[in-house]
Design a protein around this ligand. Structure first.
Ligand code: PXL
Length: 277
C-alpha cells in the first residue's frame, strides 16, 4: 500500500459508545496511511443522541497539551476538526493551528453541530456564532444542510432544489475563502453532495441512489474519508465522491440491528487501499 506518510492532527470529542467522532476518525485515517495526532475536546459516555450522556470538558487539557507540543516541537501537515463541544474550544484550536502548522497545511472543518433542522443538545446561537468565526479561516468546510443554513443565517429548508442549494452556498461562501462540500443534498431518490469551488464560484453536484435508513455518525465517516483521500492527493471533488461512496457502502453492509452508528469497519481496509493505489 502506498502511504501518504503525513502527520496530521484531528480535534474532536471521544464519545465512548456510539460510533462517531474519534472512534470513527482514527481507524479511517490510519487505514489511509496517516499518522494522526489527537487533541480530544471532551470525553462523553456516549454521543449526545443518547439520553443520559455525560460530558467531561477537556479545555484545560487542550491548553496544556498545546504548550507541551510547542516545547517538544511537534508540527502537523494538516488539521481536521469535527465536533468540539464548547465555545471555549474555538480559540484553543485556532491557536493550535496557528502555532503547530507546517507550511501550507490544509485546515478541514466539519462543523458538526446539528442535523435535521436542529442544533445538537448543548449548542446554542452563541456556539453557532463562534463556529462561523472559527470556520472563516478553513480551506474546506463540510457542513450538512442544517449546519450550512445556521452558518449562513438562512432558515432551514427540508428540501432544497439545485437553485436553492446554490443560493445557500453563495450565502455561505461570503463567510470565507473556503471550498464547501455540502452533504445530505437530496433529489428524487438520490443523495449526495454539492461542491462549491471558491476559485471559480462554480458548484458541482454528485448524487447516488438513496439507501434506506438514517444513521448517526455518517457525517464523521464522510469527513474522515474525505480527509484521507484528499491528503492522499485526490482533488476536493474526487475526495468527496470517495467519501459519499464509502458511506453508502458502509450503510449497505450495516447489520440492521446496529443503529447507533454504521459498521464501517467491514469494508474499510479494502476501500482505503483501493483509494491509495
Ligand atoms: O457525529 C457527530 C457527533 C459527534 N460527537 C458527539 C455527538 C455527535 C452527534 O450527535 O453527539 C458527542
Amino acid at each position: 500500500m502506498k502511504t501518504t506518510a503525513k502527520k496530521i492532527l484531528t480535534v474532536q470529542d471521544l464519545s465512548c459508545v456510539g460510533q462517531c467522532s474519534l472512534t470513527v476518525a482514527l481507524p479511517i485515517l490510519s487505514a489511509f496511511g496517516l499518522e494522526t495526532g489527537v487533541l480530544p475536546t471532551a470525553i462523553l459516555s456516549e454521543h449526545t443522541m443518547f439520553k443520559n450522556f455525560t460530558f467531561l470538558d477537556l479545555a484545560q487539557n487542550m491548553e496544556d497539551t498545546l504548550e507541551s507540543w510547542k516545547k517538544d516541537g511537534h508540527r502537523f501537515a494538516a488539521f481536521y476538526t469535527g465536533y468540539l463541544g464548547k465555545k471555549e474550544h474555538f480559540g484553543i484550536v485556532e491557536r493550535a493551528i496557528g502555532e503547530l502548522s507546517e507550511a501550507g497545511a490544509p485546515v478541514i472543518i466539519d462543523p458538526a453541530f446539528g442535523d435535521n433542522g436542529r442544533l445538537y443538545p448543548l449548542f446554542d446561537e452563541e456556539y453557532v456564532n463562534g463556529m462561523r468565526e472559527y470556520v472563516s479561516h478553513a480551506d474546506v468546510i463540510l457542513p450538512n444542510i442544517t449546519e450550512a443554513c445556521f452558518l449562513a443565517g438562512m432558515p432551514y429548508a427540508d428540501r432544497l432544489d439545485r437553485a436553492g442549494v446554490c443560493t445557500l452556498l453563495s450565502a455561505l461562501a461570503k463567510g470565507g475563502k473556503y471550498h464547501i462540500v455540502l452533504t445530505g443534498v437530496e433529489e428524487e431518490g438520490k443523495i449526495g453532495f454539492a461542491h462549491y469551488d471558491p476559485a471559480t464560484g462554480k458548484t458541482e453536484f454528485y448524487l447516488r441512489p438513496l439507501l434506506d435508513g438514517r444513521f448517526h455518525g455518517t457525517g464523521d465517516i464522510f469527513a474522515s474519508v474525505f480527509t484521507g483521500a484528499y491528503l492522499a492527493g485526490k482533488d476536493m471533488f474526487s475526495s468527496a465522491k470517495a467519501a459519499a461512496e464509502f458511506v453508502a457502502l458502509a450503510i449497505s453492509v450495516n447489520d440492521r440491528t446496529h443503529t447507533y452508528g454504521v459498521q464501517f469497519e467491514k469494508q474499510l481496509a479494502d476501500f482505503a487501499s483501493d483509494c491509495l493505489r
